[in-house]
Design a protein around this ligand. Structure first.
Ligand code: MN
Length: 427
């Protein structure tokens, strides 16, 4: 039972007040504080309290997987209830028999149910709004994940109107609270090592633990936030339990962790996955994993993938007047300047042309006014390096040079277009 599940349950209670909320034995650490604060208020019962009752209707939220509701099944054997499911896991296959499934396409399940409450004009108490908002924030990374839809924001706005406490929401989302977690966070900040694999900037770490520690995923997320790699693979070895744990986070949709970790029996989502392996030799597993990543990571996007190959350029001997007319004709604000051999010699933008015009030097050759220490890069340069070059040198165009000649150009708009597009998903 995580925050989105808890938020969904509170919304279900508003929609179907004659139903009783049943807690799970397993409460996610992030949901624990809010659950404890309001447990009595919402009248949660335990799964075993179901025993001996005839159940007519069951509502399941935030999952359509029978494995995840197994803890309840033993207590409802004597009943033949109607089952309704409200779930936003579109990739999960519903394997609960005879259930009516209401699928939501929203980032948070709570948004779907909260939206229904909102539409019916039901008002909320501030504690109800707080829990629901925490659920939406938790499943949407505070409304910035790619799964976010307009409805998530609409329902979040409405919950704020209903008196949700942002202060409580924020503190329930703070996932690093235990001393153990802080200690491991400190260790990993030093131990995590950046490696470049197929142009991807990947963080890897290996740490031996003397026992299982809870809340490791939250630590990995924190480090991923701070260090901002394309992906992070953290390996924990717990020899005492004969266990190796891999926790991974990806910030690039081309790095699909669910797929990468599935050979190890792991799973999860594209952006967050983990695997548990039975072995005592963690170091050896770690070395193998690094070798496997070398072959399984999809290459990073490079200049060659996004550059314009049809490049307009001018010759260094052309007059500024000619260049300015040409710029207008091809509708560009900057052009590379080449010599007779086709080699890149400089760059001219509207700004240099203006300088020439001010000095009444429009008949001067391009080479007199061009920027000479032009920043260029080879076609293999990655998106990240392109980004660095743009920001470090305050340039709007990056000429791509190969074998001394101009192979293409990456403009700031090429770069932004690629970054914004979800298809290539350089998020
Ligand atoms: Mn959810």
């Amino acid at each position: 039972m995580d925050l989105d599940c808890l938020g969904s349950l509170i919304m279900v209670k508003k929609l179907f007040p004659d139903h009783t909320l049943v807690r799970s034995r397993l409460i996610h650490p992030a949901a624990y504080t809010l659950y404890n604060l309001f447990e009595d208020h919402f009248g949660f019962i335990n799964p075993k309290d179901l025993a001996g009752h005839k159940i007519e209707n069951i509502i399941i939220v935030d999952t359509s997987n029978s494995g995840r509701i197994r803890e309840y099944l033993g207590y409802i054997r004597g009943s033949d209830p109607a089952v309704t499911i409200y779930d936003h896991h579109s990739s999960e296959k519903c394997d609960i028999l005879d259930a009516r499934l209401v699928g939501f396409p929203w980032g948070a399940n709570t948004s779907g149910l909260g939206g229904m409450v909102m539409e019916q004009g039901i008002t909320l108490k501030s504690e109800e709004a707080t829990i629901a908002l925490a659920g939406i924030y938790a499943d949407t990374g505070c409304l910035v994940y790619e799964n976010v839809k307009p409805l998530d924001l609409k329902v979040a706005a409405w919950l704020l109107e209903m008196g949700a406490s942002l202060k409580l929401v924020k503190s329930s989302l703070e996932t690093i609270k235990e001393d153990d977690q802080i200690q491991i966070l400190n260790q990993l900040l030093l131990a995590a090592r950046p490696v470049t694999i197929q142009g991807n900037e990947v963080l890897v770490s290996y740490l031996e633990l003397d026992r299982q520690v809870s809340g490791l995923a939250a630590v990995i997320e924190k480090i991923t936030d701070v260090k901002n790699p394309d992906a992070y693979f953290a390996v924990f070895s717990i020899p005492r339990n004969n266990t190796v744990l891999v926790i991974a986070r990806s910030r690039r949709s081309r790095i699909d962790l669910h797929e990468i970790l599935s050979p190890y029996g792991g799973g999860g989502h594209q952006a967050a996955a983990s695997a548990k392996i039975s072995t005592r030799d963690g170091q050896r597993f770690y070395d193998e994993l690094l070798g496997y990543l070398d072959t399984s990571l999809v290459p990073a996007l490079r200049a060659a993938d996004i550059m314009s190959r049809e490049v307009f350029s001018v010759n260094e001997n052309q007059s500024l007047l000619d260049v300015s007319k040409y710029m207008e004709m091809v509708n560009h604000t900057g052009l590379p300047v080449l010599d007779d051999a086709g080699e890149l010699k400089g760059f001219l933008t509207l700004r240099e042309i203006m300088k020439g015009r001010k000095n009444s030097q429009m008949s001067s050759p391009a080479r007199a006014y061009m920027i000479r220490d032009v920043v260029s890069a080879p076609p293999e340069v990655t998106m990240r390096e392109i980004e660095r070059l743009f920001f470090r040198h305050h340039i709007g165009h990056l000429p791509i040079v190969k074998d001394g000649g101009l192979a293409g150009i990456v403009s700031r708009s090429d770069y932004l277009k690629t970054k914004m597009s979800r298809e290539t998903a350089e998020e």
